[in-house]
Design a protein around this ligand. Structure first.
Ligand code: C2E
Ligand code: MG
Ligand code: MG
Length: 433
């Protein structure tokens, strides 16, 4: 998952003030002692719903406050607020009554400026009163800009839910080419959201939300089945040379896939329905997916390998995972992250680093793809350093199936190849040296 990109320096913690809705009515039902018991039970539930470092404390009467530690951005508070509200969903048994509880929630996020604890509590309480004025079970941010942000984010979430139902996702494709010959080896499927009013939305804008809400799984299923069908169709139009596999499809996986018990069924259904050979499917994973439950991830990857599906390690060099996993990982290929490739040519150290990665991969019996190749010079260096495959704007930008088809038709048999196999201008053409 790409949370590293979401880090916002300055945001460190949040204070939440929570007050029970209809507290007077509840108090008249259960009495003052009953109210105390209820607040204590609510506090317990909250503690159970939060992380160990977070603290819940009684403020006054029916009000509690929560210190939420180590948040990455204000958006985290939407997820946490939902978790708090969810923890109250079951009724509470108080003095032989079943009491249903909702709460008004006020949130203040520490934005790096020095504010005293008292001020933060006061501001969170102000936000709570604003929330309460709107009706039961509401939450509000103290900061108006944050409130706007939260609303935009919630709207996006609602829209994303609809997008899954309405199948508003488009799949774009970007060719992956053989460095030596420029022959198209396969395509990476890159999802785009065709939003009814915002137009085409890039994955960085919605993948993190899809991951947090679990919508990533139904979304990916659509991308996978669409991708498999498209690649199968192109395989039919361009018959691979005898020494070459037909086009392959690279799909980006996320952590959620490894927790999904239906994954293998979903994948084999997509292969079966499209007629795509398992050997032509590639699962792109990242090092960060190995951080959580390595054994589980390795199990799933090995099962995918049983289906002949290949595994590529995406964004290689940007993660934190230990090199010691690398030999256990059934990855066929390392994809060198474009942050390295973009510095090639300009800086000698990067060249040494890329060379080291290529040697490491080759010594482990793996291939290397360089991603984000934008210039002829980068293509030349990458090929010179021994990368077998390349991907990037230099060869082709990602495009919809129609534009990709035009590109394939236009390049079939081009670039001096003997077979009518699509070739994109490769480094041989570029360097001419
Ligand atoms: P990624 O898997 O590393 O995909 C490569 C990204 O680099 C794509 O961005 C692609 O458009 C971009 N790219 C390719 N060549 C160049 C180049 O020469 N220069 C530059 N500057 N960029 C280049 P995109 O399509 O915006 O996707 C961003 C990320 O979103 C992907 O990174 C991937 O992590 C995620 N993503 C995209 N589609 C899917 C999907 O269907 N499922 C999941 N789970 N994640 C996806
Ligand atoms: Mg990828
Ligand atoms: Mg990548």
């Amino acid at each position: 998952m790409r949370h590293a990109k979401d880090h916002q320096p300055g945001y460190t913690f949040a204070v939440v003030v929570l007050a029970l809705d209809r507290h007077e009515l509840i108090a008249s039902l259960v009495g003052r002692d009953g109210m105390d018991t209820l607040v204590a039970k609510v506090s317990e539930r909250l503690q159970g719903a939060l992380r160990p470092g977070d603290q819940v404390a009684h403020l006054t009467g029916d009000e509690l406050w929560v210190l939420v530690d180590r948040i990455r951005s204000p958006d985290d508070m939407i997820v946490i607020t939902r978790r708090i509200q969810g923890s109250l969903a079951r009724p509470f048994a108080i003095a032989s009554e079943e009491i249903s509880v909702t709460a008004a929630i006020g949130i203040v996020v520490n934005g790096g400026e020095t504010v005293t604890a008292e001020e933060m509590l006061k501001n969170a309480a102000t936000a709570m009163h604003r929330a309460r004025a709107q009706g039961p079970s509401r939450h509000e941010f103290y900061d108006l800009a944050m409130r706007e942000r939260a609303r935009t984010r919630l709207r996006l979430e609602t829209d994303l839910r609809l997008a899954v139902e309405r199948k508003e996702f488009a799949v774009h494709f970007q060719p992956i080419v053989t460095m030596g010959s420029g022959a198209v080896d396969g395509f990476e499927a890159l999802v785009r959201w065709q939003h009814p009013s915002r137009g085409l939305v890039a994955p960085d804008q919605f993948i993190p939300i899809a991951e947090e809400t679990g919508l990533i799984l139904p979304m990916s299923e659509q991308v996978l089945s669409r991708g498999c069908e498209q690649i199968r169709a192109w395989q039919g139009r361009f018959e691979a040379p005898s020494n070459h596999l037909p086009f392959s499809l690279s799909m980006n996986f996320t952590s959620a896939h490894f927790a999904d018990t239906a994954l293998l069924d979903t994948v084999s259904a997509a292969l079966q329905e499209s007629g795509l050979d398992g050997r032509c499917l590639v699962a792109e994973i990242t090092e960060s997916m190995l951080l959580r439950d390595v054994e589980k991830v390795l199990d799933v990857l090995n099962e995918l390998k049983q289906m002949n599906i290949r595994v590529h390690l995406d964004d290689f060099g940007t993660g934190y995972s230990s090199l010691s996993y690398l030999h256990r990982l059934p990855a066929d290929t390392l994809k060198i992250d474009r942050s390295f490739v973009s510095r090639l040519g300009a800086d000698r150290e990067t060249e040494v680093l890329v060379k080291a990665i290529v040697d490491l991969a080759h010594n482990l019996g793996k291939q290397v793809i360089a991603e984000g190749i934008e210039t002829a010079e980068q293509a030349r260096v990458v090929a010179h350093l021994g990368c077998e495959l390349g991907q990037g704007y230099y060869f082709a930008r990602p495009g919809d199936p129609k534009s990709m088809e035009a590109l394939l038709d236009g390049s079939a048999g081009g670039n001096g190849g003997a077979e009518p196999w699509p070739r994109l201008p490769g480094p041989s053409a570029a360097s001419a040296s």
